[in-house]
Every structure is written in structure tokens, then in C-alpha cells.
Design a protein around this ligand. Structure first.
Ligand code: BG6
Length: 439
């Protein structure tokens, strides 16, 4: 068997603790075989590391930890020795690092590879990929000096979510849906990602990044692309990326937006404004989607934790004379915390001759399949181990996404909103178009 070693840079970070270690554990329990070396500055020993990073250290027999300071370490042997000791045939370098550290990490990786000799290699890069268009190109060039495009996995973990992947199946495996998926029938689309947690445990990261780089440039624009791309010739990365890139290139630069920061963070961080909420409207300038507004909002410390896509269809309503106005048909795709699809419908009220009322047709993933679907990072890591690049964005998509959000990146116009409430400005933002948020 091909023995695989994963080298985890950023091994003591929040991402590793919250998402990666649980995903590695699950993969291991499901008989994927690999060894993992976590590198980080915070803890001295493996024991200390596991005590602070995981619930049950017995579940991590595959994990080794080394205290390692990427910027200052003179140690060029540890990683190479580990790879040799494990007798690995393949090594995966995972950079869960802020982009300004890529250069240093790549130089360490190069030295390591020289010591290890001939070995299959891959590199995983977390989002945000850079801080803007220019820096993302610089970072990409740095990585391309040592890795071929085939070996690079740029992560957007939202694409590992079951119901984000499902967007393509819902659209392209249902002719009925495909027939109405255009400007003739769709009135508008909403993408909503409400998070009820704040960012006080990673303020330093958020000062550099903010909500636009953290959520909009990647997760949300990827969902926009999935919702509006043409059907790919094949379900391969090359074909999917081609169609996504066409859409991203057709998105107009965003001009209509509002940014916010939740109140308690403002109090904590007196000097720097940190955007934690964004609401915006965007348009796709292509034939099928021309004129359909996409209303988007995402924010931290907002109640009603939910990620949903809401598609409202046009109401023509001309055939019958009616006293009451009908509810529009809408499709609601809930990505999390539940995985469900609702279709709103109007039906006749019992005992009434012509009065109707809205009802929902519902599909619930858990009720139907009764299985625990793997978490996003588990799906992502499994694909990487299997060398399957279907759900990884290519660099062209990342470049286009930076172009789209460029005007928002340095905006200083950031309004305050109360913790656990939808910002008032976000309501006004959509009301001016005579619409309202679904949640
Ligand atoms: C990450 C962001 O990419 O996605 C976080 O950095 C955010 O700020 C997270 O909370 C949301 O992902 P999930 O899978 O927890 O909904």
C-alpha cells in the first residue's frame, strides 16, 4: 500500500483543532491509513498537544507532534526524518497558515524534499488564498515554483459540504428544475449565511482578513457559481472549473453593499474596525441570468445560525381574477444546520371554493437517508487522499473572485450592529428593492 504522510503546518491553530483533527480521526476510523505530523509553536510535547487539542488522545495513534517555529527554526531535519522513518511513498503538505508565511513554508518544504529524495507529493492551501488579486498571484507563483498544478489542492471547505455539492445535482439531474432556472422564471436569489458565534478567539486573523476575505471571496462566490454555471461536460475539475470561471467572469463588480461590525467586538477592539457582516447585491451579466438580483448576507454574532439558498420564482398570476394575492413559488435549500429542500406551493384551502394557502413540499436528507453524512473537511481530505480534484477551485476562479470583491476590501464604512440581531442596515438594504430576507 502507498504509505502517506501528512505534514500539518499551523498544527496548533483554530482550524486544526476545530475541523481538521476530528476529520483525520474519522478518516482513520474509516480505515484510511496515513501518518500525521502536526507542527506548531504553542505546545512542548505530543502529550501536552493532545491534551489541549483533542477530547480523547487514544483516538489519535497516527498523530505525531513537534514544536516548530516556522519563522525562526533552524531545524531542517525534523520533517524529513519523520517522512523517512514512516517509509512514506507520498507526502502531503497542508498549509493552514496565513498567506504571508507561504514563502517560508515552501522553502522549508523544498529543503525537506531534497533530503527525502524521490517521492509523490501534494500541497494543500487554505483560504483565503492571498489578501487581494495581486498578492494571490504572487503566492500562486511561489507555489508553482515547487509544485505542478496537478499537485496543488486549493481548499474551499464549503465545496465539501453535502448540500453544496447537491446544488449541482438538484439543478442538472432534474429537467423540471433546469427548465425554470433562468431569468424568465426566477425573480431573485438570496444566499444567507448567519453565524451566531463571534470572532474574539481569532481577532488577529480577522483584523487581517475580515468577513469579505473570509466568507464572500470564497464560500459565497463559489455558491453563486454553482447556482448559475452551465452544466459541465463531465464532472471533472477541469470541466467544472471552466463553467464556474465563465460565471465568475460575468459577475459585475459589486457596488451595492453594506458592512458591519458587532457591537461587543467594537468595544473590545477600540482602535481597529473589523468587518464581521456584509450584505450586498450582485448581478451576472450573461444571457440566462441577466437582471436577476442575488441578495447576499453573511455575518458573525447574528442569531438564527443557518446557511441557506432561497430562490424565488416570478409570479405571473394573470390567468384568474383573484381577491387575494398569491404567495410566490420558492425553493429553499438549507445547507446547514439541517440539510433540506422546501418548495413553497399554493393549494386550495379545504372547504373553500377558490381560496388558496401556501404549503411546503419538503425533502429532509437525514429522514430519507438515515445516515450520518461526513463533515465537509472529512470529504475534502478523503478526496485529497484519493487524488480526486473535482471539488477544488482552480486558480482562475480565485483570481476572478478577488476581482469581484476588490471594491469592498478596504472600505472603511463599517456600521455597528447589536450582538445577536440582524443589523438594521441589512433590513433597509433589501427593503429598498421591496423585498425581504427569507431568514
Ligand atoms: C471558515 C471561516 O472558512 O468557515 C469561518 O474562516 C467560518 O469564519 C467557517 O465560521 C464556517 O464554516 P462552517 O463549516 O463552520 O459553517
Amino acid at each position: 500500500m502507498n504509505k502517506v504522510v501528512i505534514i500539518q503546518f499551523g498544527g496548533t491553530g483554530d482550524l486544526t483543532k476545530q475541523k481538521l483533527l476530528p476529520a483525520y480521526k474519522k478518516l482513520y476510523q474509516n480505515n484510511h491509513r496515513f501518518s500525521l505530523l502536526c507542527l506548531g509553536r504553542k505546545y512542548d510535547t505530543r502529550e501536552h498537544y493532545l491534551k489541549n487539542m483533542v477530547d480523547n488522545s487514544k483516538e489519535y495513534p497516527f498523530l505525531e507532534y513537534v514544536k516548530y517555529d516556522l519563522l525562526h527554526s533552524q531545524d531542517n531535519n525534523t520533517i524529513a526524518n519523520y517522512i523517512k522513518k514512516e517509509n512514506a511513498k507520498e507526502v502531503i503538505f497542508y498549509l493552514a497558515l496565513s498567506p504571508e508565511l507561504y514563502k517560508k513554508a515552501i522553502s522549508v518544504i523544498l529543503k525537506t524534499l531534497l533530503m527525502v529524495g524521490d517521492i509523490k507529493k501534494k500541497i494543500i492551501i487554505e483560504k483565503p488564498f492571498g489578501f487581494n488579486l495581486i498578492s494571490s498571484r504572487e503566492y500562486n507563483n511561489i507555489i508553482l515554483k515547487s509544485f505542478s498544478e496537478e499537485e496543488i489542492y486549493r481548499i474551499d471547505h464549503y465545496l465539501g459540504k453535502e448540500f453544496v455539492q447537491n446544488l449541482l445535482s438538484i439543478r442538472f439531474h432534474n429537467d423540471l428544475i433546469q427548465a425554470v432556472w433562468n431569468k424568465n422564471y426566477i425573480d431573485h436569489i438570496q444566499i444567507i449565511m448567519n453565524e451566531d458565534q463571534g470572532i474574539s478567539h481569532r481577532v488577529e486573523f480577522y483584523k487581517k482578513v475580515g468577513i469579505v476575505r473570509d466568507m464572500l471571496q470564497n464560500h459565497i462566490l463559489q455558491i453563486v457559481a454553482y447556482l448559475s454555471m452551465a452544466e459541465p461536460i463531465d464532472y471533472k475539475q477541469k470541466d467544472i472549473s471552466l463553467e464556474k470561471t465563465k460565471i465568475l467572469r460575468s459577475i459585475r463588480k459589486i457596488t451595492d453593499y453594506k458592512l458591519g461590525e458587532y457591537q461587543s467586538l467594537r468595544k473590545e477592539q477600540k482602535r481597529v474596525k473589523i468587518p464581521t457582516f456584509v450584505a450586498l447585491k450582485l448581478f451576472i451579466d450573461n444571457f440566462d441570468f441577466a437582471g436577476i438580483p442575488f441578495y447576499i448576507k453573511t455575518g458573525k454574532m447574528v442569531n438564527n445560525f443557518k446557511s441557506i439558498v432561497y430562490i424565488e420564482f416570478k409570479s405571473f398570476n394573470t390567468k384568474l381574477e383573484r381577491e387575494e394575492s398569491l404567495n410566490p413559488n420558492a425553493m429553499i435549500i438549507e445547507i446547514q444546520p439541517n440539510m433540506r429542500i422546501d418548495l413553497t406551493f399554493n393549494i386550495k384551502k379545504p372547504d373553500k371554493a377558490k381560496e388558496t394557502c401556501p404549503v411546503k413540499l419538503n425533502f429532509d436528507h437525514y429522514k430519507t437517508f438515515r445516515i450520518n453524512t461526513p463533515e465537509a473537511y472529512e470529504q475534502i481530505l478523503k478526496r485529497i487522499l484519493d487524488s480526486d480534484k473535482t471539488i477544488f477551485p482552480c486558480f482562475r476562479e480565485i483570481e476572478e473572485s478577488w476581482r469581484i470583491v476588490d471594491s469592498l476590501l478596504d472600505s472603511k464604512n463599517i456600521e455597528i450592529y447589536s450582538d445577536n440581531k440582524l443589523p438594521k442596515f441589512a433590513e433597509e438594504f433589501i427593503q429598498k428593492d421591496k423585498k425581504s430576507w427569507y431568514v
